[in-house]
Design a protein around this ligand. Structure first.
Ligand code: BES
Ligand code: ZN
Ligand code: ZN
Length: 484
């Protein structure tokens, strides 16, 4: 039997830059929408096809040198991302059709860029090309023929290494989150993080097991992982470039499956909870990329990984759990498990590493999907400058963030009566979850990224395809780069 799973990380398309076209390679060209000078007739025909120039439109030319026309609309950089993604999808399906028709499959294609396309346009186009054709399938079929190389015909050659690493981080985070939970136990996640980080200078990965967690008093992780089949882990990634002074701590929710526990979720959407470690995936992928890019910033990534399952050993509503460091939480709902594992990891990471700032990423609350929809992440922060840095970093890599308030009038609701803090007090879900976490961070500047909405997509848009999106990985790399 063939390996039932695709390799993680999967292979990314090779990106080459060249200023001449090799013969025999199918060619695509980018075309802006008609302007007023073009008049009513619009753009001139190419090979008998009149281009629309609309961003996201890809037209096939039956004859002649150019095979595809991809619109870039008004020519703004973000339209290039859309064009790149639409183009790579069209080219892939043409390749599959060629193979079905018994023709020799081409494995490379070239894209001719307009003269006025600058570095920013090229970066956006590269994101679209590298990620737009992403897919993750587990099948007994022979692997489909796939593209290997895309060649950009342009004079700009700089900045591509950064884009390549950013795109690889997003794709890797997608792979991790898409991997089904019958494979993806906490131990699998830890092993995979260690495996992909091997050989990268100054990066080490340590996985702690349930015995160590018990000795150290990680009560939140152990409570959530208590009903499990696969025991919990704490994954610690340490990137220590020589000479760096700033130290950032990144913490990611690593729930490899969220049934809700005894406060069980309805059957309808439960299968989607295999991506409930998307925050942890973003952090594993980001730290790997930060190290691969050799950014001069110390970074520690922490991923508390556990399965939230139903069994006789599950934690219960009404339990009081003692976290790492001693603080206790009154459990109200076992489905609010993300904050339980993050609380331990935040206290541990801050105490051990004394970071200059802490950022956590988590698919924490369904409420965030109601607040911001599924294409924007929520940023809660105790520090205005840090919140601004996250939002700006996201803008530079095409991920949208919106600042959310840590409302003081709700702070009281997370105070406990039997224990120190109350886990699930009701009220606006995203905000009270953030206020709960704030109880565990002390004075260090902290930002909490709730990505429950954008971590998954059920539609194709820009460089996103249905399934895990890898959201936050690129923002985190770019955020760390802003400290370099
Ligand atoms: N993993 C969920 C949040 C979630 C929901 C992520 C939908 C992605 C899509 C989280 O663990 C959860 O269940 N949160 C509860 C908290 C509540 C019980 C206080 C929620 O949001 O309903
Ligand atoms: Zn969850
Ligand atoms: Zn939950």
């Amino acid at each position: 039997m063939r390996n039932p799973l695709p390799p993680v990380p999967g292979k990314l398309l090779e990106l080459e830059v060249s200023d001449d076209l090799r013969r025999g390679t199918p060619l695509a060209t980018l075309i802006a929408a008609p302007s007023e000078e073009d008049g009513d007739a619009g753009l001139a025909e190419i090979g008998g096809v009149r281009p629309t120039g609309k961003a996201g439109d890809v037209q096939t030319v039956p004859t002649g040198g150019v095979r595809w026309l991809a619109g870039v609309g008004d020519g703004e950089p973000r339209q290039y991302r859309k064009a790149g993604a639409a183009l790579v999808r069209a080219v892939t399906s043409a390749l599959e059709d060629d193979v079905k028709a018994g023709q020799k499959a081409f494995r490379a294609f070239a894209v001719e860029l307009p003269e006025d396309a600058g570095a920013e346009h090229i970066e956006e186009l590269a994101f679209g090309l590298l990620l737009g054709g992403y897919r993750f399938t587990v099948t007994a079929d022979e692997p489909k023929p796939s593209l290997r190389t895309v060649r950009l015909i342009t004079h700009h050659t700089d900045a591509l290494e950064r884009v390549r690493e950013l795109a690889a981080a997003a794709a890797f985070a997608r792979d991790l989150a898409n991997t089904p939970s019958n494979i993806k136990t906490p131990a699998w996640l830890a092993d995979t993080a260690a495996r992909v980080s091997g050989g990268i200078p100054n990066l080490t990965v340590t996985a702690r097991d349930e015995k160590w967690l018990a000795e150290q008093g990680f009560g939140g992780v152990l409570a959530v992982g208590g009903g499990r089949a696969g025991p919990p882990r704490l994954i610690e990634l340490e990137y220590r470039p020589r000479g760096a002074t700033t130290h950032l701590l990144l913490v990611g929710k690593g729930i490899t499956f969220d049934t809700g526990g005894l406060s069980i979720k309805p059957a309808d959407g439960m299968h989607l909870m295999r991506t409930d470690m998307a925050g942890g995936a973003a952090i594993i992928a980001a730290v790997r990329a930060i190290a691969a890019l050799r950014l001069p910033v110390k970074v520690t990534g922490l991923v508390p990984a556990a399965e939230n399952h139903v069994s006789g050993s599950s934690y219960r509503p009404g339990d009081i759990v003692r976290h790492y460091g001693g603080k206790t939480t009154e459990v109200g709902n076992t489905d609010a498990e993300g904050r339980m594992v993050l609380a331990d990891a935040l206290v541990y990471g801050i105490k051990k590493h004394k970071p200059d700032a802490v950022i956590d990423a988590a698919t924490l609350t369904g409420a965030m999907k109601v607040s911001l929809g599924v294409r924007t992440g929520g940023v809660f922060a105790t520090d205005d400058a840090l919140a601004e840095r996250v939002t700006k970093a996201g803008e530079r890599v095409g991920e949208a963030w919106w600042r959310m308030p840590l409302l003081e009038d709700l702070a009281e609701s997370v105070q406990g009566s039997l224990g120190d803090v109350r886990q699930a007090p009701g009220g606006p879900g995203g905000i009270v979850a953030a206020l709960f976490l704030r109880e565990f961070v002390g004075d260090v500047p902290w930002a909490h990224l709730d990505i429950a909405g954008p971590a998954r997509a059920d539609k194709t848009y820009a460089d996103v395809v249905p399934g895990a999106t890898g959201f936050a990985a690129r923002t985190l790399v770019e955020l760390v780069a802003s400290y370099a």
